[in-house]
Design a protein. Structure first.
Length: 320
């Protein structure tokens, strides 16, 4: 979860409700202090997370362990220091004190994911989307769990169908909120929105619907044209329908953005092999690719599988 998501509560709530109790004021003051500490120290510094752990423990000691936000930021500090199971316990303790805190629910999902308890991560993120339908990170992370086939499915639903359903629900939630607020949906666009379109595209592709897949990946690229992963995905889709020229152009675009992109390099090698085969074999030949040798005697490379789903997905483990 990024800083902006955590800030969504503290100062805005105070501006809207000047009649907060002293306990609520103190809780918000603590949250401001925690956020300022993170911002001042930089989110990659180990010293920041040690300091945040101390500040959170001080808050819990001062309140007799009755501060939900104390457990939230203690959990964040523990998570960032690699103590994922301890972070889970801290977030769960916070939820016991405040079951309606969507930040705690979302963070619990992240910690459970990192601890490889995917079912519990799914449960936490599903509850987050009910409590906070505009949490795009929760939606995109749920989509990833299904796209990667990490959690049980509804009866009769494939993981690709589940991915599409979740991504569509995310988009609808944003659009409905935008209409109610009289604002454009673009104001809600961020990395999670892009990820939803990418995963949606991949799921359509895996269902054998390249036109629908291209529609979604183009939306992701329209939002963020500098992400090489989506250019790779577009190239893979085009190769699957035999449009090798356009596929090569998309993959080369990905390499321009990221010269070390392994997926783009691999897919270009596949295109080179296909071109070589087209030039070498007659149309009535049906070669067994894995048993053949190239004209020069070199073994032809095997068609490996690489996980485009993993390529297009940003880390779901980013709390800050």
């Amino acid at each position: 979860m990024r800083r902006a998501q955590f800030e969504g509560g503290a100062k805005k709530r105070r501006d809207r409700d000047p009649n907060l109790s002293q306990k609520e004021q103190d809780e918000l003051d603590f949250e401001d202090k925690a956020l300022d500490l993170i911002q001042a120290g930089g989110a990659t510094s180990s010293e920041v997370w040690e300091a945040l752990e101390n500040v959170a423990n001080e808050r819990l000691n001062a309140t007799g362990s009755s501060s939900p936000k104390g457990y939230l930021y203690l959990g964040v500090a523990l998570y960032k220091q690699g103590a994922h199971n301890d972070a889970v316990a801290s977030f769960e303790r916070g939820i016991e004190l405040d079951e309606e805190d969507a930040q705690l629910r979302y963070s619990l999902g992240v910690a459970n994911f990192k601890a490889r308890d995917y079912v519990q991560a799914k449960e936490a993120w599903e509850k987050t989307t009910v409590m906070d339908p505009l949490n795009r990170f929760a939606w995109s992370n749920l989509a990833f769990l299904h796209c990667a086939n990490l959690v049980p499915l509804k009866p009769g639903e494939t993981n690709w169908q589940a991915t599409i359903r979740i991504c569509n629900n995310s988009v609808q939630a944003i659009e409905e909120h935008s209409k109610r607020q009289g604002i454009g949906a673009s104001c809600r666009i961020d990395a999670a929105t892009i990820t939803c379109h990418s995963l949606w595209s991949y799921a359509e592709f895996k269902q054998g619907l390249p036109a629908s897949a291209i529609k979604q990946v183009k939306k992701a690229i329209d939002i963020c044209p500098d992400d090489p992963a989506n250019w790779v995905l577009w190239g893979v889709i085009l190769r699957s329908v035999g449009n090798y020229k356009s596929s090569r152009a998309k993959l080369e675009r990905a390499l321009c953005l990221d010269p070390e992109n392994a997926a783009a390099k691999f897919e270009l090698e596949v295109l080179d092999l296909i071109t070589q085969m087209d030039e070498t074999f007659e149309l009535d030949q049906v070669p067994e690719i894995l048993k053949m040798r190239s004209p020069g005697g070199r073994d032809l490379p095997r068609f490996k599988r690489h996980n485009i789903c993993g390529v297009v997905k940003e880390s779901v483990c980013n709390i800050f």
